[in-house]
Design a protein around this ligand. Structure first.
Ligand SMILES: Nc1ncnc2c1ncn2[C@@H]1O[C@H](COP(=O)(O)OP(=O)(O)OP(=O)(O)O)[C@@H](O)[C@H]1O
Ligand SMILES: [Mg+2]
Length: 158
């Protein structure tokens, strides 16, 4: 089954992120896959809103990964927001140790994460962004979704 949602505006994409936050569980690694300007950072800002992050979320392109404290989730305490677009070697992604960072009480959203798929393994959620003029099509996929299909279906129909 296809889990896709159309977002006509940047605010729609933020709302899709905010509602996606309801699906998240401790330890999740979410790969954000789509071309430049597709809305990966915009979506992450929505996720941050959903998780009760107070500070502004901006592109971590030059810092590679940023941490944000979450205040609105029963178990998630930290949102790790990474962007691996400028990374030259997979070793650098390995060194981020995101899987360890999220283990206890975090989740990670990784822009351009599918460039480093082999580092993250299979147990991830992928959000694929496609651009059609102003509209963005967001599609969820990945084995990690199987455990929460009804929530994912709610996200599609929200
Ligand atoms: N429907 C839409 N959803 C998301 N962004 C939109 C939409 N329509 C227009 N935009 C604009 O597209 C841009 C998306 O930028 P954003 O930084 O979120 O993309 P990105 O995928 O993170 O890019 P990069 O690969 O450079 O990190 C913003 O300027 C936003 O205002
Ligand atoms: Mg970005």
């Amino acid at each position: 089954m296809t889990l896709a949602r159309m977002c006509a505006t940047a605010e729609d994409t933020q709302r899709a992120g905010e509602e996606f936050a309801a699906l998240l569980q401790v330890g999740d690694i979410v790969l954000l896959d789509g071309p430049l300007g597709a809305g990966k950072t915009t979506f992450t800002q929505g996720v941050a809103r959903g998780l009760g992050v107070h500070e502004r979320v901006t592109s971590p392109t030059f810092t590679v990964v940023r941490q944000h404290a979450c205040t609105a989730h029963p178990t998630l305490r930290t949102l790790h927001h990474a962007d691996v677009y400028r990374i030259n070697h997979l070793d650098e992604v390995v060194d981020l140790a995101l899987a360890e960072l999220v283990e206890e009480d975090g989740v990670a959203l990784v822009e351009w994460g599918t460039l480093a798929s082999s580092v993250f393994g299979d147990d991830v959620i992928t959000v694929t962004f496609a651009i059609d003029d102003e509209t963005r099509r967001l599609e969820l996929s990945g084995p990690a979704l199987a455990r929460r299909m009804s929530a994912a279906e709610q996200w599609v129909h929200a």
